[in-house]
Design a protein around this ligand. Structure first.
Ligand SMILES: *Cc1c(COP(=O)(O)O)cnc(C)c1O
Length: 400
């Protein structure tokens, strides 16, 4: 039999890695695409081997709640793309976020979190976090002094997200990581919007990288999954002592879909980015549009940081149309190609109006405090022809 394909080759460029890293023809049947292995139980040759695998001293799977061979392949692939020692695959992005936070925080501990964090992360801390006695402060993590001011004796982690949702504000990862290293605190970052193709936070000093694979990594809007990437010991601890206890594994079918989606990650993300740049430029030229938020525009206040930290500018474009909440609702309802949806990163162009959708629980007069203009629209640029997306936006803008 021919030798099995090299697992990871450091000289490979990113697109080659997305296809080949951690994957090769199956031993025995030579199948090139990854098999779906839903087995819950795994057999061992002897008791010693069983104990080694359970303790994480040997590679292998032992019980479905802690992983399966299909998800293990995907974990190794994601870790190799993020440049971390290991990764943990879990049942959703929120599972990844809650597992990472619960790994570092117990009752009485404190975390500093960037202020415009993903809504689910905000809710986890203010709802369940509060109930189990975790303390938190939401601060503008662009202000290093603001982070420093909130770090207390019981602070156990710093948590950021860049670019932010929906206002696409950036945080200088390197600057924040210098601070967290000085203080001996882990820096956790949600890298969902960028994927490892566009931004690898550990290169700038971050310790733990989180993904909602539901978005660009899978890229087809048909799987929910999340990943925590980090050093081997921390990931093993999360698997055994947080994820296993909460029971949030990634199943084999979802893992298969994501392994499949990942093969076209770079093709898809290139197209998302190139479409987003065209859409952002078009929107900037429109009278009915007050402001466009896209890191790829020279008008973005952090355009230089974006070029330093991100390889391309991503597929999300936010913009503010003239008029209030009603105008925002009317505009998205008038779109014909773009669909109104809460998700992002799919082949279809998806729009949402934060003031009436994701942030509708905030009273209108307080929206500005949360950095959400009433007419703000978030657009997840799809893989359609850029001209068709623009035409659709143009006809809906004309109706305003
Ligand atoms: C969607 C999303 C999440 C949550 O992911 P789920 O897979 O829906 O649980 C977390 N962070 C960001 C930035 C997201 O866009």
């Amino acid at each position: 039999m021919r030798e099995r394909m090299i697992m990871v080759n450091k000289d490979w460029k990113f697109s080659t890695k997305t296809i080949h890293n951690a994957q090769g023809p199956e031993e025995g049947n030579r199948a090139i695409s990854q098999p779906i292995i839903p087995a819950v139980a795994y057999a061992f040759d002897n008791a010693e081997e069983a104990v080694q695998v359970v303790n994480g001293e040997g590679e292998g799977t032992f019980y479905g709640r802690f992983g399966n061979p299909t998800s293990r392949t995907l974990e190794q692939k994601i870790a190799s793309l993020e440049g971390t020692e290991d990764a943990l695959g879990v049942s959703s992005g929120m599972a990844a976020i809650s597992i990472a936070l619960l790994n570092y925080l117990k009752s009485g501990d404190h975390v500093v979190v960037t202020k415009d964090v993903y809504g689910g992360t905000h809710k986890f801390l203010t709802n369940l976090g509060e109930r189990v006695g975790i303390e938190y402060d939401f601060v503008d993590c662009n202000e290093l002094a603001a982070i420093e001011e909130k770090i207390k004796e019981n602070t156990k982690a710093i948590y950021i997200e860049t670019p932010s949702n929906p206002s696409l504000t950036l945080i200088d990862i390197e600057a924040v990581s210098k601070l967290t290293k000085e203080r001996g605190l882990p820096l956790i970052i949600d890298n969902t919007f960028m994927t490892p193709y566009l931004q690898r936070p550990t290169e700038f000093g971050a310790d733990i990288v989180i993904h909602s694979a539901t978005k660009y990594l899978n890229g087809h809007g048909d799987a929910i999954a999340g990943f925590v990437c980090g050093d081997k010991e921390t990931i093993q601890h999360m698997r055994q002592n947080v994820m296993g206890d909460l029971g949030q594994p990634l199943n084999a079918w979802e893992s298969y879909l994501i392994l499949r989606g990942l093969k076209t990650l770079t093709l898809r993300v290139d197209q998302h980015c190139s479409n987003a740049q065209k859409v952002a430029k078009f929107l900037e030229s429109q009278d009915q549009v007050k402001r466009v938020y896209y890191p790829g525009l020279a008008s973005h206040p952090q355009h230089e940081l974006a070029k330093r930290q991100m390889d391309q500018m991503g597929g999300i474009v936010s913009f503010e149309i003239k008029g209030g909440v009603e105008a925002g609702k009317q505009f998205i309802s008038d779109l014909k190609l773009a669909m109104i949806s809460f998700s992002l990163g799919d082949p279809e162009t998806l729009v949402q109006h934060p003031a009436s959708m994701t942030h509708s629980s905030i009273p209108e007069e307080e929206l500005a405090d949360f950095g959400i203009p009433k007419g703000l629209i978030r657009l997840s640029t799809g893989l359609e022809d850029a001209g068709d997306i623009i035409k659709d936006l143009e006809q809906a803008l004309k109706k305003l």
